[in-house]
Design a protein around this ligand. Sequence first.
Ligand code: PRP
Length: 213
Amino acid sequence: MANCLRLTESHLLPIDQFVVPKHYSNDISSILIPPGLIQDRIEKLACDIVASLPNELSPTNPLVCLCILKGSQVFYSNLLKTLAKKIPIQFEFCKVKSYINDQSSGNVQISLTEDEILGMIDKNILVIEDIVDTGSTITKLIAHIKSFNPKTISVCSLLLKRTTKTNGFVPDFVGFSIPDLFVVGYGLDYNQVFRDLEPISVISEEGKMKYSA
Ligand code: PRP
C-alpha cells in the first residue's frame, strides 16, 4: 500500500459550496479534492522525493523529471515549482495516450524522440503522472524507459485509484489514494474536456453523455 492520503466517498464535497465555472456546473456531480489541498500534498511530496535522492545531483547531473502528457501537465508544473527550490531539475516531456471515454483501450501509445531517449541514459529519472488507474500505462512506459538504461527510475503520481482492474502497480510517491470514480479536472480529462477545471471533480452522467466520443 502506498504512503499517501486515503480519500473515500465520504470525502466528496457538494459543488454548490464552491465556485464552479458555469459551463461545467451540470457536468460534475461533486468535488473530491480542492486545489488548496492538492498544493499542501505537493509540498510534502516534494520533501519526500528530495529525501529519497542521492546527494550527487548537480546542475550538470540534475534529476530528470518526465512529464506524461497531457494529463500530468498541471501537477508537473506545480510539483516542479516546489522541487526546483530544493534540487536541480531537467525538464522532459512524453506524450502517452490510452483512454477513450472512461475506459482504458489497453493500446498505450508512447511518443519519445531520440534526443529525449539519449537524455535519460545513466540519469536519475522521476516519472510524473496525474493518475494510476489500471496501471497499464505506467507499467508499459517504465519497461520502455528501462530499456534506455537510466541510472535510477521512480514514479510520482498525484492519484492512485483503488480499482479491481489494477495490475498491482504502486508508485513510489502518491498524493492521494482515491475510490473507483471517474475524476476530471486539474489536468485530467474526459475526451479532452475538463483539463482546465481547477478542483479534482467527479464527472456526472450528464457530463459523460454530453462529451461522449
Ligand atoms: C490517463 C492518465 C494516465 C493513464 C492512467 O492518460 O494521464 O497516463 O490514463 O490510466 P491507466 O493506469 O489505466 O493506464 P490518457 O490515456 O487518458 O491520456 P492523457 O494523459 O492525454 O489524458
